[in-house]
Ligand binder design. Structure first.
Ligand SMILES: [Zn+2]
Length: 187
């Protein structure tokens, strides 16, 4: 009885072993493709879950982002790419656009008082032309919508624009267009 069972098993393997192997290979390949597809999709999905707030309330854009068309800088009297968005508002308060950690608070000659915040997923947000009395310091944890300072006219490179926020975003150390991440329709 025992021997007969074994023989049947051997018989089965001899007859169908090849099909079993081919079947397993097909399943393995299908699983691999499924996994690759899932990993590929996970990148934009996680970015979409980042809920960016606006850096100012009731603001209007007085100069938009442009990396291809040059824009006139009236202060420096030159044509230049503007990898920032300039916001002006009656309300001078400036808010963190996302949870993060303050990377630096510094005074830069052309940009004025500047706060840089590091976020998850390789994002950084940069707030320039701020008033000297910033409300955060390097290493502070901030939450989305938290007030971090007020605007002023401290950017020597944009003095003729008056009080405004000179705002930029970076992804993996490269400037990106904030229009792609902020919902500027509701500003
Ligand atoms: Zn600007």
């Amino acid at each position: 009885m025992e021997i007969e069972k074994k023989n049947r098993f051997v018989e089965f393997i001899k007859r169908y072993g090849m099909f079993v192997v081919v079947g397993l290979v097909i399943i393995a390949v299908a699983l691999t493709f499924t996994l690759i597809a899932a990993l590929g999709n996970s990148v934009p999905t996680s970015t979409n879950t980042l809920n960016f707030r606006l850096p100012m309330s009731e603001a209007s854009i007085i100069k938009d982002f442009s990396n291809t068309e040059l824009q006139k800088n009236e202060t420096l009297n030159q044509w230049e790419a503007h990898l920032y968005i300039d916001f002006a508002s009656e309300n001078p308060d400036v808010y963190a656009v996302l949870d993060g950690t303050v990377k630096s608070v510094e005074k830069i000659y052309l940009d004025g008082y500047t706060i840089t915040i590091r976020h998850s997923d390789g994002f950084e947000s940069i707030y320039s032309s701020l008033s000297e009395d910033t409300l955060v310091k390097e290493g502070d944890k901030v939450t989305a919508g938290q007030k971090i300072g007020t605007v002023d006219n401290t950017a020597n490179g944009e003095l003729k624009m008056g009080d405004h926020l000179h705002f930029a975003m970076k992804l993996n150390n490269n400037f990106v267009d904030p229009n792609n991440y902020l919902d500027l329709q509701e500003k």
